[in-house]
Ligand binder design. Structure first.
Ligand code: AHG
Ligand code: MN
Ligand code: MN
Ligand code: MN
Length: 338
């Protein structure tokens, strides 16, 4: 239970931090407020998933060829509705929709921002009650306000993001986001229905002892990744090895744990996904922005994720992110062995 005297709600925080952006007129604040509302709606469904008809397959496949879960579609629908209602968003790119969703009404056409999202991350974990999430990335549009947005607004490098964040629907539900001035975490207090500041100014440890990778794909990994995994498993007291392997299969959950405790998350190229599995615009860019803002790193093995110019909204990239020293060590192996 949050005592009122020291609680700072997400909305209070958003308004207070508006001063980080001179000349801000509240558009981003309003957009972030609506993200918070959609997160509460999805959280309510996630918490009841076992009790209402929201589990299991939706019956369609998305553009990725993945069987859409009902909760994938539920989250997609409710985030799109909230973004439209905000009046600050001109269009949305979502994992669950092949093309961008362009809002054509006058209010939204004048929206200053466009929004990329993975409405429900970790879908394979929905039916087994393991933490899942929502990931989002916000850009200022490059096309003129008053006209409909287009694909050009979405193919911007990650360095151009004005905000990025994720919601993790876990043992507690948290919203973690950055607008380029550090990373802050808010925990939902269901008794008052508010996200309350619980993790101010998150900084990730420079090194850690957790490595997160799906070792089921080991035989297909690049040689440098194989060597790094063996490095993690060797005994060396000085560098606290062997490290611990932790992999949940929800990017948001794996990343969030490593962000707080220190660690590295790797999804490299595999035979099944020769460019890696994770999508640049709505998984890697937002997570990379947060990683860097918290003092960590995020690369594709060669360059900063945030400097990659996207070719398409569903483009996949290899993903190495987390504690700086661990990402740098992995890159040493990649550059030496590949
Ligand atoms: P999504 O559920 O949004 O499609 O994302 C799933 C992603 C990511 O959450 C996770 O890290 C990764 O898929 C797990 O992939 P594997 O099951 O191949 O390890
Ligand atoms: Mn998916
Ligand atoms: Mn995902
Ligand atoms: Mn998803």
């Amino acid at each position: 239970m949050t005592e009122h005297n020291n609680v700072q709600t997400l909305n209070q925080f958003i308004i207070e931090r508006q001063s980080d952006h001179p000349g801000a007129k509240g558009e981003l604040s309003r957009l972030l407020h609506h993200v918070g509302v959609a997160a509460k709606i999805v959280n309510r469904a996630v918490n009841k998933a076992g009790l209402v008809d929201i589990l299991g397959d939706h019956g369609d496949q998305n553009v990725q060829g993945e069987d859409q879960q009902k909760l994938d579609v539920f989250a997609d629908t409710h985030f799109i509705d909230a973004l439209r209602a905000s009046g600050e968003c001109a269009a949305v790119a979502s994992e669950e929709n092949e093309d961008i969703i362009i809002f054509e009404d006058e209010m939204c056409k004048n929206g200053k921002y466009v929004f990329c999202m993975d409405p429900l991350d970790g879908s394979s974990n929905i039916d087994v009650n393991v933490s899942i999430g929502t990931i989002f990335s916000i850009f200022e549009r490059v096309t003129p306000r008053g006209q409909v947005a287009n694909m050009e607004d979405f193919l911007q490098e990650g360095t151009k993001q004005v905000a990025a964040g994720y919601v993790i629907y876990g043992s507690s539900t948290m919203l973690v986001y950055t607008t380029g001035n550090g990373v802050n975490g808010f925990t939902l207090d269901p008794s008052i229905g508010e996200f309350c500041l619980s993790h101010p100014n998150i900084k990730t440890p420079k090194s850690g002892t957790i490595y997160s990778i799906n070792e089921g794909n080991y035989i297909n990994f690049p040689q440098g990744v194989k060597k790094y995994i063996k490095y993690c498993q060797e005994k060396d007291a000085r560098s606290k090895r062997p490290f611990t392997s932790r992999y949940i299969g929800s990017l948001v959950a794996d990343f969030h744990r490593n962000l707080l405790k220190g660690g590295i998350f790797i999804y490299p190229q595999t035979n099944k996904n020769p460019d890696g599995k994770l999508r640049l615009t709505y998984e890697c860019n937002p997570v990379a922005f947060i990683a860097e803002q918290a003092g960590g790193m995020a690369t594709n093995g060669d360059m900063r994720i945030l400097e990659i110019k996207p070719d398409s909204i569903h483009q996949r990239v290899p993903f190495y992110t987390g504690s700086t020293k661990m990402v740098q060590k992995t890159e040493e192996f990649l550059h030496f062995f590949n």
